[in-house]
Design a protein around this ligand. Structure first.
Ligand code: ADP
Ligand code: ADP
Length: 227
């Protein structure tokens, strides 16, 4: 059974335009899938449909075997990391990471602190927990945003160009961290990017979208290294 089963999904806008046009893709448990394609091809829309921020016009979306088309985002148990990782400026790093657990209600304080410490350890944020976002570099802020995403122990991570606002050196560093983190946690991941290096190095499979249509799904090797 696929962890995320995208079954003939369609997103049609009121003007009749199909941003996502009959896309099917089965993502295995623990798999890391990269979504690539030119600007406007429907990558963000597909990701937002999976996470529940965009209505599904037709088709079926199953997560862990369960149909979730009508489920609210908070009932899907997925974690999304956005390009402009909005952190809460008045909260410390510790409280920014803890935030999703506090929203859940009923998670004991001891467990919250334990999970925050685990996430911080994995992302090497241990020394920074009492700082405010303004006292962090761009890369450190992005790591806090990831900490906030992984602390919930979601069924899947969804990334929407999380590194595009970082400089080349930081991007390289974060690439390795994302790769290490995903392997360690083994969490199913869908990752949107237009960076070819990310597509080649991070994913188990690369899915290529064009004008809302899925053109090709292949391993990075098959896609980029063949003549
Ligand atoms: P990507 O993330 O690949 O850049 P998007 O998913 O953001 O692409 O957008 C997919 C397509 O849907 C784009 O061509 C965009 O112009 C179109 N689109 C987005 N919102 C609407 C809308 N409300 N009405 C019509 N077309 C839209
Ligand atoms: P992003 O760059 O983050 O994908 P966009 O600039 O594509 O965001 O879209 C911003 C907003 O404009 C969204 O709410 C989207 O639905 C809407 N939008 C995008 N393209 C169109 C379009 N062709 N017609 C109407 N609304 C659109």
């Amino acid at each position: 059974m696929a962890a995320i089963d995208i079954d003939h999904l369609v997103k049609e806008y009121p003007n009749g335009f199909r941003g996502v046009n009959d896309v099917s893709l089965q993502i295995a448990d623990g798999e890391f899938v990269i979504l690539v394609g030119p600007s406007g091809c429907g990558k963000s829309t597909l990701l937002r449909m999976i996470v529940g921020l965009e209505d599904i016009t037709a088709g079926e979306l199953r997560i862990g075997g369960q149909r979730v088309n009508e489920k609210a985002p908070r009932d899907r148990n997925l974690s999304m990391v956005f390009q402009n990782y909005a952190l809460y400026p008045h909260l410390s790093v510790r409280e920014n990471i803890a935030f999703p657990l506090r929203l859940k209600k009923g998670v004991p304080e001891r467990e919250i602190q334990q999970r925050v410490d685990e996430a911080a350890g994995l992302l090497e944020l241990g020394e920074l927990l009492e700082r405010k976002p303004a006292q962090l570099s761009g890369g450190q802020r992005q790591r806090v945003a990831m900490g906030r995403a992984i602390v919930r122990q979601a069924d899947a991570f969804l990334f929407d160009e999380p590194l595009s606002n970082l400089d080349a050196k930081l991007r390289g560093q974060m690439r390795s961290e994302i790769s290490r983190m995903q392997r360690r946690l083994g969490t199913t991941t869908v990752y949107v990017t237009h960076d070819q290096t990310e597509a080649m190095t991070l994913g188990d499979r690369v899915a290529v979208l064009r004008k809302g249509v899925l053109q090709q799904v292949a391993s990075p090797r098959e896609l980029y290294e063949q003549p």
